[in-house]
Design a protein around this ligand. Structure first.
Ligand code: CU
Length: 176
């Protein structure tokens, strides 16, 4: 079956379903009207059951998701962190070349000239953290490197002709 035929079949199925629903609603308005008090109690009962189900669902969701809340990892977040100054300039990052693994690190990021960005890529080339590097201002970026290896900081904000080569490789783990 070609894509066009599949799309036509899907369109006919959904259009048919929509038309059926419209016809059912139109037909239902022809039924004899019930008095309000006849249906009121039934409506209240249905509403009560759905409300109870909703409350139970929310309580269950809350209980199940509690262990995934970041509050549980707060002690690690509050552990004394090593402060690592980072100065961005056209077109380099001035910072340490070796950093520890599994230890909280707070990068203190600023710029010597124009706005830059400090983006950290892991050894697989995935961006794991980033913060703006601004002149006359320090931004703090908290990171824990869980895997040793070669990480690369790249500028992620166009800062001039040499922006594309603005990078700094640093080693996590091993010799400090
Ligand atoms: Cu740049």
């Amino acid at each position: 079956m070609s894509v066009a035929v599949k799309l036509l079949v899907m369109f006919l199925v959904f259009a048919g379903a929509a038309i059926t629903i419209f016809l059912a609603v139109a037909y239902s308005t022809h039924l004899p009207v019930s008095e309000q008090h006849d249906v009121q109690q039934r409506g209240y009962a249905i509403r009560g059951r759905w409300f109870l189900a909703l409350v139970l669902f929310l309580i269950a969701s809350f209980a199940i998701s509690i262990p995934f809340y970041p509050y549980m990892s707060a002690p690690a977040a509050l552990a004394p962190a090593r402060k690592v100054p980072v100065i961005a300039e056209q077109y380099a990052f001035i910072m340490a070349s070796h950093l520890p693994v599994d230890k909280p690190i707070i990068f203190e990021v600023t710029s010597r000239d124009v706005n830059h960005d400090f983006g950290i890529y892991n050894p697989r080339g995935h961006l794991i953290a980033q913060v703006q590097a601004m002149p006359d201002y320090t931004n703090y970026l908290r990171v824990i490197f869980h895997k040793p290896g070669q990480y690369t900081a790249r500028c992620l904000e166009y800062c001039g002709i040499g922006h594309a080569i603005m990078a700094k490789t640093f080693t996590v783990g091993g010799k400090q």
